[in-house]
Structure formats: structure tokens, C-alpha cells
Design a protein around this ligand. Structure first.
Ligand SMILES: NC(=O)c1ccc[n+]([C@@H]2O[C@H](COP(=O)([O-])OP(=O)(O)OC[C@H]3O[C@@H](n4cnc5c(N)ncnc54)[C@H](OP(=O)(O)O)[C@@H]3O)[C@@H](O)[C@H]2O)c1
Length: 244
């Protein structure tokens, strides 16, 4: 193949958590490059321009995830699955309420397992499909008071590698992105903590927080034919943070 081919015309992407932040930026770049996008989201009133359909789902509710996944597949062929929806609830580990632990693991990991099983089965039958998981830099580092989140995102990294091993020779390509510190709704409180904000900025070689759009290009690459020999990577997109 010659050069960078990101033409996604005729392809349909299912993006979870498409209503804001990184999921929204990924949806917009996929739309701009010719894909139709189905946004699986809690707030279905949020719509994007272009060939975009919103489908309601609450990723904290396994039944909702299953029903939404099956509803989409009953009507559409999904070529690209972007598992983006995620939540972080912070507590010191010794006091971490187990119901919050379960909620983080349900939204960030179990819903990914459930939806990927549903969406990938027809991909495997067609021997054609792409999965892009959104992990985190906390797959590599521990973070602060974010043990459930770090555990869930580390698991997403390992799940990505497991699925690549099982599916690379069956036409389904699975990779993950590990975003660094990205300025989205998820990090409003962290940015407001001036000490932590300064500590974080000092460690980022690029000297600034990431933007949701900084992640979109990596997602476009992994969703595109240009990445056809890339399998099972957890790709840091972090302004150099992990290199420090
Ligand atoms: N920002 C960062 O620094 C960073 C770094 C590494 C990884 N990530 C990951 O990137 C992904 C996107 O996060 P973001 O930074 O863009 O933050 P965000 O703006 O808060 O986006 C999170 C998305 O997940 C959705 N979501 C959360 N709980 C949900 C639920 N129960 N059911 C359905 N959707 C749910 C949210 O929907 P609502 O809009 O309805 O709440 C929202 O669309 C997450 O997986 C996050 O862990 C972020």
C-alpha cells in the first residue's frame, strides 16, 4: 500500500461516549474522513454534523449495553468499534467504596468486554473489522487516588493484546490508545488543583495539556487501512510524558 490512506467512505463506526471530549473528537474526525458514525451515548440530545446517529446506552448498566449493542447490529453493519466511554472516581484505596470500584470497572472494562463480544462476532464472520480501545497512560503508571481507574485501564491494555492474539489472523484488528493528560470534562477538578496542574505540566515535554483533537489523529490512523499491519499496540499519545 502506498502512503497514508484514511479514506473511510462506506465504513460505519460505533463510538461509545461520543457526546463529549475524546469520543466526540474521534467521531468528528471519522465523519470528516468519510465514515458514518453511530454514537452510543447517555445524552442522545447531543448530535454531530454529518452522517451521525445517536443511540442511547448507559454503560454502567450491563442490560443497557447488551440491548443497545444488539439494537445497533439488527439495523447496521459496524466496521469500526471505538470503545471510548469511561469514568474515573477517585478515593484513597484504603477507603475506596466497593460500589464505586464496581462502577468504574463496569463502565471502563466490563461494558467494553460485553459490547466487543456483540459487535465483533459478525466482524469475525466477515473476517473484517477494527476495534480501537481507549486505555490510558495509567495502564503504565499508577496515578494518584485512581486505583480502580488504573486497574481498569491496565486491563484494557491487556485485553487489547489478548484480542489481537486471538483475532489478528481472522481479519479483526485490535489496538488501543493510551491518552496522556487531556483537557476534557474528566479533568476539570485536576486542572483546578494548581499544585497538581503544575506538577503535571512540568513532566510533559511538550509543556502543555493535550486536547481531545490530539487523540483523534491517532484514532483515525488505527481505524484506517494505513494501520493494516498494526495489531495489539497500546499507543501512548501524551506529549512525551512517558518518555520523561
Ligand atoms: N482526559 C484524559 O486525560 C484521559 C486520559 C486517558 C484516557 N482517557 C479516557 O478517554 C475516554 C474519554 O474521556 P474524556 O477525557 O473525553 O472525558 P469525558 O469528556 O468525561 O468523556 C467521557 C465519556 O464517557 C461517557 N460515559 C461516562 N460514563 C458513561 C456511562 N455510564 N454510560 C455511557 N457513557 C458514559 C460520557 O458520557 P456523558 O457525556 O453522558 O457523561 C462521555 O461521553 C475515557 O475512557 C477516559 O478514561 C482520558
Amino acid at each position: 500500500m502506498d502512503g497514508f490512506n484514511a479514506d473511510l467512505s462506506g465504513r460505519t463506526a460505533l463510538v461509545t461516549g461520543a457526546s463529549s471530549g475524546i469520543g466526540r473528537a474521534i467521531s468528528e474526525v471519522l465523519l470528516r474522513n468519510g465514515a458514518a458514525v453511530i454514537g452510543m451515548q447517555r445524552r442522545t440530545e447531543v448530535r454531530l454534523d454529518g452522517e451521525y446517529t445517536a443511540v442511547a446506552a448507559d454503560m454502567s448498566d450491563p442490560e443497557s449495553v447488551r440491548a443497545a449493542g444488539e439494537r445497533v447490529l439488527a439495523e447496521r453493519r459496524v466496521d469500526i468499534l471505538v470503545n471510548n466511554a469511561g469514568v474515573n472516581i477517585r478515593h484513597p484505596f484504603e477507603d475506596f467504596p466497593l460500589e464505586d470500584w464496581d462502577r468504574v470497572l463496569q463502565v471502563n472494562l466490563r461494558s467494553v468486554v460485553e459490547l466487543t463480544q456483540i459487535v465483533a462476532r459478525p466482524m469475525l464472520e466477515r473476517e473484517d473489522g477494527i476495534v480501537v480501545n481507549i486505555s490510558s497512560m495509567l495502564a503504565f503508571t499508577g496515578g494518584m487516588r485512581a486505583s480502580a481507574y488504573a486497574a481498569s485501564k491496565g486491563a484494557i491494555g491487556q485485553l487489547t493484546k489478548s484480542l489481537a492474539n486471538e483475532w489478528a489472523h481472522r481479519g479483526v484488528r485490535v489496538n488501543a490508545i493510551a491518552p496522556g493528560f487531556i483537557d476534557t470534562d474528566m479533568n476539570v477538578a485536576l486542572r483546578a488543583d494548581r499544585v497538581r496542574d503544575r506538577q503535571i505540566l512540568e513532566r510533559i515535554p511538550m509543556g502543555r495539556w493535550g486536547l481531545a483533537d490530539d487523540i483523534a489523529g491517532a484514532a483515525l490512523f488505527l481505524a484506517s487501512p494505513a494501520a493494516h499491519y498494526v495489531h495489539g499496540v497500546v499507543l501512548p499519545v501524551d506529549g512525551g510524558y512517558l518518555a520523561r
